[in-house]
Design a protein around this ligand. Structure first.
Ligand code: IVH
Length: 683
């Protein structure tokens, strides 16, 4: 293919892919299969790599992310991003509507929309291309997260139809419930703490420095506000429809996600409908927004201190009920963290029967003066786990005295500790406290650690209960005959069933354990579950110390010289290897012939050509994948750094390096090399 043909094909593919993306993610009406889509995308990727001169920042290939941003640019909003006044009852909505009608001096049409529970975003387009995506910030100045926004498939990178040359549109980015639940499953599996709710997780995701991470999170976005000067129409509802023509995802009137009404009854009806049906939506909403449809009235209606009078939010009450608190019990997490649990007289709340709720921590119980026997308010907000929010004072108080928080671990009777500045109590008996022992084994076998298939929590608990194992090292001496028919419990407290291991499961399990002996040393180091030693740090330490003997002998000072290892990590590492029980555990892994030293051939340096250099890579490359170029630099003795600073030796720039980075490199007078330059430097 010659240059001209390539240019033509790239443009053709880009247009097709934008269109298919729009059909899939916005209209929910795909024309081609996922596989066909991937096929076209791959063709485009290949052509862009082959002819990087035709790759542009608005290409559909940008959706996969990969650009690293070290700092988001602060940008002044064209007009302030306001908030809405909230109201929690229908009378206030009635009053608001009457005031608007009185001010207008005539009948008014209202528009009702969902109040998406996410993060507000202001998108700027120029000539139909997305150039900025600003967060709300303080309302005046926001942060530009455009690289991350481009990975959100519901946000068009390139528009179609008759859009204004330059305009701004605002909306809400959110994390669908299913994505949130799946993400939390994965975190739990990896022994990481669960995220609290979709909204905060979405906000955190948008601030990720690596846009490839954002791409994997499957965020979504609805638009609800086209700025005035950009529209043909004076009606808000028509402006929203107009935006749909340009490619934006807007609420679907057929699903009643947006509706107009000239009466307050109509508004109330919409609110009541969604108060019941909101749990059926694939994303969370926290209320309904009501707007005056005629935008010519907006100026006349004016503003209160922070919010316009032409719109108001009706917020759903978090559903709450009162029930009797029968008993306070305590749960010990895998890290030893203690959580108090309210055991309740069963009560129906937001679709399910609730018997247990979180009491958070000791301070909370004391502050609310919650006592066993009290009637308490139980609430289900956005969070999945219900919580106790206070004592129901309309009921008689319990006769018991103020609650005494436990001083000893309910599982192993060790004296609890509470560290300065922390809210939770911990059981320090890491090595013998049953739930902590179980937690450690679960971490050891998890996917990112030893990845032992066929072994679930219940089986591990069964093996522990029957004293067939004491730590993860004992897994390696388990025999087929002793596992076959092994009985264990499944289900939770109220609904326990007995199961026994069948031939197929036992075979899987033995195979999983056998395969794990090939897992490389750096992952074993992570699997040990040393506090504060995550995946990346384990890799760095493994590379530096090379084998388990060196790890045992490593001193605090020596550890501090390793990249990314600070005092907390070094301290925790040394402490771990001082425990006799851990040394016994390690010996079991050694005996099982697990990989207790690094595979030198996989890590050996090819040269020292880049030794002592700190190198930043940016953009995409023709002859390297992103990980590939990092590995190339490291294998030749260089260090890859995420952000440009005065310490940067040079930047290797691929196609479409971000403009902010380029400017920074230029400002600091840092040399910029191509991937080919890099190869010649190494020789
Ligand atoms: S209109 C002048 N419509 O709620 C305000 N906002 O406190 C223009 N929100 O920051 C906003 N769904 O993030 C509007 N359908 C909707 C909304 C919505 C959610 C958020 C938005 C805003 C906050 C208001």
């Amino acid at each position: 293919m010659n240059e001209l043909e390539a240019q033509f094909r790239i443009e053709e593919l880009s247009n097709q892919l934008h269109e298919h993306n729009h059909r899939y993610y916005v209209l929910n009406a795909p024309l081609i299969s996922d596989q066909q889509f991937d096929f076209l995308l791959r063709e485009l990727e290949q052509l862009e790599n082959q002819f990087p001169q035709f790759k542009n920042p608005f290409s559909p290939t940008q959706r996969v992310g990969g650009d690293i941003t070290d700092k988001f640019e602060k940008v002044q909003h064209k007009s302030a991003m306001l908030s809405l006044s909230n109201s929690y009852n229908k009378e206030e909505i009635q009053e608001w509507a009457s005031r608007a009608i009185a001010l207008a001096g005539k009948e008014i049409e209202f528009v009702m929309e969902l109040k998406y529970d996410g993060v507000a975003i202001a998108l700027w387009y120029e000539k139909g291309k997305l150039i900025r995506a600003l967060t709300r910030g303080d309302g005046q100045v926001g942060e530009d997260v455009v690289q991350n926004a481009k990975t959100i498939k519901a946000i068009p990178i390139s528009l179609s139809g008759h859009f204004p040359n330059e305009f701004e549109i605002r909306g809400e980015i959110f994390m669908p419930k299913s994505v949130f639940l799946k993400l939390n499953e994965e975190r739990a599996e990896a022994g990481e703490e669960r995220y609290a709710n979709p909204r905060n997780t979405c906000a955190g995701t948008l601030k990720q420095q690596d846009s490839a991470t954002v791409a994997k999170r499957n965020l979504d976005c609805y638009l609800y506000f086209v700025l005035a000067e950009n529209s043909q129409s004076t009606l808000h509802s028509e402006r929203v429809q107009e935006a749909a023509q340009w490619g934006f995802k807007v609420p679907d009137a057929r699903m009643r996600m947006i509706e107009t009404s000239k009466t307050v009854d109509g508004i109330i009806d919409f609110i009541s409908y969604w108060d019941i049906h909101r749990t059926e939506l694939p994303f969370e909403i926290d209320g309904i927004v009501i707007k005056v449809n005629d935008t010519q009235l907006w100026d006349e209606l004016g503003m209160t201190a922070k919010s316009p009078r032409w719109a108001i939010a009706y917020k759903f009450k978090a559903e709450s009920v009162s029930t009797q608190l029968e008993k306070i019990t305590y749960q010990v997490g895998r890290t030893g963290a203690i959580t108090p649990v309210a055991n309740l007289a069963p009560v129906f709340l937001a679709g399910t029967t609730v018997k247990r709720a979180s009491l958070h921590n000791a301070d909370q119980i004391e502050k609310l003066d919650i006592r066993e026997g009290d009637f308490v308010w139980v609430e289900k907000g956005g969070e999945i786990i219900p919580k106790v929010t206070g004592v129901d004072l309309s009921k008689p108080r319990s006769h018991s005295s103020s609650h005494n928080y436990i001083t000893h671990c309910p599982e192993c009777q060790t004296l609890l500790v509470r560290n300065e500045g922390e809210v939770l109590h911990y059981c320090p008996n890491e090595l013998n406290c049953p739930p902590q022992v179980l937690g450690k084994i679960e971490h050891f076998i998890s996917r990112k650690a030893m990845n032992i298939d066929g072994l679930g929590t219940e089986t591990v608990a069964g093996l522990l209960a029957q004293r067939m194992i004491q730590d993860a090292g004992d897994l390696y001496t388990l025999r087929y005959e002793e596992l076959l028919g092994l009985e264990f419990n499944v289900g939770s407290d109220d609904d326990i069933k007995r199961r026994s291991l069948q031939q197929k499961s036992v075979e899987n399990l033995i195979l999983g354990i056998e395969n794990s002996k090939q897992v490389p040393f750096e992952r074993i180091l992570f699997a040990l579950g040393i506090r504060h030693v995550g995946e990346t740090v384990a890799k760095k330490i493994a590379k530096a110390l090379k084998n388990i003997e060196e790890c045992k002998n490593a001193t605090f000072e020596q550890l501090l010289t390793i990249d990314e290892v600070g005092e907390i990590i070094a301290d925790s590492f040394v402490h771990w290897f001082k425990q006799e029980k851990n040394i016994v555990f390690l010996q079991k892994l050694i005996d099982a012939q697990c990989q207790m030293s690094i595979d030198e051939s996989a890590h050996a340096l090819h040269s020292n050509a880049l030794s002592g250099l700190s190198i930043v890579v940016s953009g995409t490359f023709e002859t390297f994948t992103r990980d590939g170029i990092k590995e190339f630099i490291e294998k030749n003795g260089g260090k890859v750094s995420g952000s440009i600073s005065s310490k940067t030796s040079f930047v290797v720039a691929g196609a479409d390096m971000g403009p902010a980075k380029l400017k920074k490199a230029e400002d600091l007078k840092i040399t910029i090399l191509s991937e080919h330059d890099l190869r010649s430097v190494v020789g």
